[in-house]
Design a protein around this ligand. Structure first.
Ligand SMILES: N[C@@H](CCC(=O)N[C@@H](CS)C(=O)NCC(=O)O)C(=O)O
Length: 348
């Protein structure tokens, strides 16, 4: 009797052990934010409310487009297999903290600077920087102003709820310069006040200045001073409640960067899928390689993202490159192999 009991016990242990092995081999469970996205069949992305040409705006066909928009589309392609399944929520600068904390959005991709206090106080998880920027100053060309020192005693239009407002105070006090800030809660009012001549200068991220200048009635009437007041690393962020979703966002951005480094584009990704190079087969989740399945996604999510949205360089060129009104150079936003700061950790 005892022996039989012992046998049953041993069997039970073995079954439990195998059972747990079987559980470990089951697909990885997804976290709460990813599950919400899968359930509603749509990613909710916080975007620039006023519209920032080149980064986020609604085009004539009523579709959102731009560099920041494409980052959300890439995440939708990774999670849902469809880059079009995104609903955009316009957010003014001062609405960002509440949007992250209430989790009314799954992700924010909205010219938002990664700072210490936003990271720890907002309860956000920042993904990799997608656009290395810095704050600039714009003046009317007719003013003849070329140096920040010439703005002593001037009025400067600036938006509240931004790093811009804080950096401006630092930059002028460091130089012992007096100025009068004219502060607005929304971007268009800030810009209009400057255009109407209520301010001598308009300040924001240089990407924002280039965007406004590019869409101004007469771009040559505005001059961006040759000075950078701050570091503005812009990128996507998510609520802190789902580490695994934050991983998905992080590695989706790295997918875009790594694809550019390998020369994999939306046009050639199909051919690359049969590449004999082990690290490329692994990156694209081909054969026995496990990539996406480790974060609960289709194993080849990288290939899906690249096919639907393109690599980082394609996204940059499409929205900001030589064929756009902005004609932005890559500068710091180039691959590390070209002297820029874009560097993906290895996919292994
Ligand atoms: N990168 C800065 C500034 C971002 C920002 O909000 N810039 C303004 C001026 S271009 C903007 O986009 N406003 C649009 C809006 O509030 O709807 C930050 O994260 O605070």
């Amino acid at each position: 009797m005892r022996r039989r009991l012992a046998m049953i016990l041993v069997l039970a242990v073995v079954v439990t052990a195998f059972g747990s092995i079987a559980v470990a081999q089951d697909p990885v469970a997804v976290g709460p934010i990813t599950q919400r996205i899968l359930d509603r069949g749509e990613l909710i992305c916080g975007a620039n409310g006023a519209g920032l040409a080149g980064f986020a705006e609604v085009n004539d066909a009523g579709e959102w487009e731009g560099f920041d928009v494409d980052i959300c589309r890439a995440v939708a392609a990774a999670v849902l297999g469809d880059a079009s399944k995104v609903s955009f929520r316009p957010l003014e600068a001062g609405e960002r903290q509440a949007a992250i904390q209430s989790e009314e959005i799954d992700i924010m991709s909205r010219n938002t600077t990664w700072t210490f206090s936003r990271d720890v106080v907002w309860g956000a998880t920042f993904g990799p920087t997608t656009f290395y920027d810095g704050q600039g100053l714009m003046v009317k060309t007719e003013s003849g102003i070329t140096e920040i020192e010439e703005l002593e005693g001037s009025t400067i239009c600036v938006q509240s709820g931004t790093t811009t407002e804080l950096n401006l105070a630092d930059a002028f006090s460091q130089r012992g310069l007096a100025y009068e800030p004219l502060v607005f809660a929304d971007a268009d009012a800030t810009w209009s006040a400057y255009v109407e001549g209520r301010c001598d200068s308009f300040t924001t991220d240089k990407s924002g200045l280039i965007s406004y200048k590019g869409t101004a009635a007469d771009p040559s009437a505005h001059n961006i001073l040759d000075i950078t007041l701050s570091k503005e690393p812009l990128g996507p962020l998510t609520p802190q409640s789902d580490d695994q979703f934050a991983d998905i966002v992080r590695w989706t951005v790295y997918t875009l960067i790594q694809a550019e480094e390998y020369g994999i584009t939306s046009a050639n990704v199909e051919e690359f899928k049969s590449s004999p190079v082990p690290e490329i087969a692994r990156f694209l989740g081909q054969g026995d390689n496990t990539i996406g399945s480790l974060v609960g996604l289709p194993n080849d999510f990288t290939a899906v993202v690249i096919a639907q949205v393109g690599n980082y360089g394609e996204i940059f060129d499409r929205n900001l490159g030589p064929d756009t009104p902005f004609k932005l150079g890559r500068g710091l936003n180039d691959l590390w192999t070209n002297g820029g700061l874009l560097y993906s950790p290895p996919f292994r």
